[in-house]
Design a protein around this ligand. Structure first.
Ligand SMILES: [Zn+2]
Length: 311
């Protein structure tokens, strides 16, 4: 497989796409806004972005394009190329791979965004060489990818660790998933902004603002501390059960750097008695993790499909 793969990461704000060679060199990159909530418009936006990339690849003489890999937030049936549910994108049991493939004339494979972002961190980012790894992504939502014995758990099933929906208060805040007390309601970027707004009446503050006000605004300090308590509580459970040797922290909140990682480690060290607290490091690939992971997972899938069935 020496051709180019188009790799896309469909996010809540933007759809990012790159045309990547077998060595993962980007020969073209494009980005477009995500038309949230309108499934047909999202398909149009993805198809338009791919057509642009196909033109870029042809103009650069870098082809042929072997496949398109699309990383999607939601519940994804990777084997059948269907999105079972991506509420924000307006997809419910939508045969995305088939619809896009017919328009583009190139095979399309679907992936779960967090799973492939974790795969990218494990192969090329901050988790290289780590056999037992936990990658936690803290953004609008919270999710995780677990690597056990060098293998990313759930890659074929199209979903990752739903760390954000681990309940920490059984009678806590009602989550969008229908459950109460989910971690995501306390430790996501959105939850931090909401908690600050609720405490101060200042609507519109983001988690980035709260991080910037640490040390000067006592309410920001308290909101941040509460979020870290919730996150440390759930992570302690995960590391006690699974004993990863490294935790990689990515997603928008990870931009806070040591303001996030240092107090998180302190909390774990102060409470852990059975578990050995692993290294806690920032993600290595940043915003490109989804795109790079989509390319890796697509090449993996093509390689598997080409391999003769063992008998
Ligand atoms: Zn939930």
């Amino acid at each position: 497989m020496t051709g180019v793969v188009l790799a896309l990461d469909v996010g809540g704000t933007n759809i990012r796409g790159e045309a990547l060679t077998a060595d993962l060199v980007a020969v073209a990159a494009r980005r477009t806004a995500t038309p949230l909530g309108d499934g047909d418009a999202v398909l149009d936006a993805i198809a338009g972005l791919c057509e642009g990339l196909l033109g870029d690849v042809a103009a650069a003489g870098a082809g042929p394009v072997e496949a398109v890999g699309v990383a999607v937030p939601g519940v994804v049936d990777t084997a059948r190329g269907r999105v079972r549910l991506a509420a924000n994108l307006g997809w419910r049991d939508t045969p995305v791979a088939e619809l896009l493939g017919a328009r583009l004339g190139v095979p399309v494979l679907l992936h779960h965004d967090v799973t492939v972002a974790g795969l990218a961190e494990q192969r090329l980012g901050a988790g290289v060489g780590v056999e037992d790894l936990l990658c936690v992504f803290l953004g609008t939502g919270v999710a995780a990818t677990l690597t056990v014995g060098g293998h990313v758990v759930g890659q074929r099933r199209g979903h990752a660790g739903e760390l954000g929906h681990v309940p920490i208060h059984m009678d806590g805040l009602l989550c969008g998933c229908g459950q109460r007390g989910c971690l995501e309601m306390y430790a996501s970027a959105r939850a931090i902004g909401d908690a600050y707004a609720q405490a101060t009446g200042r609507v519109g503050a983001t988690s980035r603002d709260v991080a910037a006000w640490l040390g000067t605004d006592p309410v920001a300090d308290q909101v941040w501390s509460d979020a870290l308590d919730a996150l440390a509580h759930v992570l302690l459970g995960v590391i006690t059960l699974l004993a990863p040797t490294r935790v990689v922290v990515g997603g928008g909140l990870a931009a806070a750097g040591d303001a996030l990682l240092v107090p998180l480690r302190q909390r774990l060290e102060a409470t852990a008695r059975v578990a050995v607290v692993p290294e806690i490091v920032p993600a290595g690939l940043g915003q490109r993790a989804g795109v790079v992971g989509a390319a890796l997972a697509t090449r993996d899938a093509l390689r598997t499909a080409l391999r003769p069935t063992a008998r």
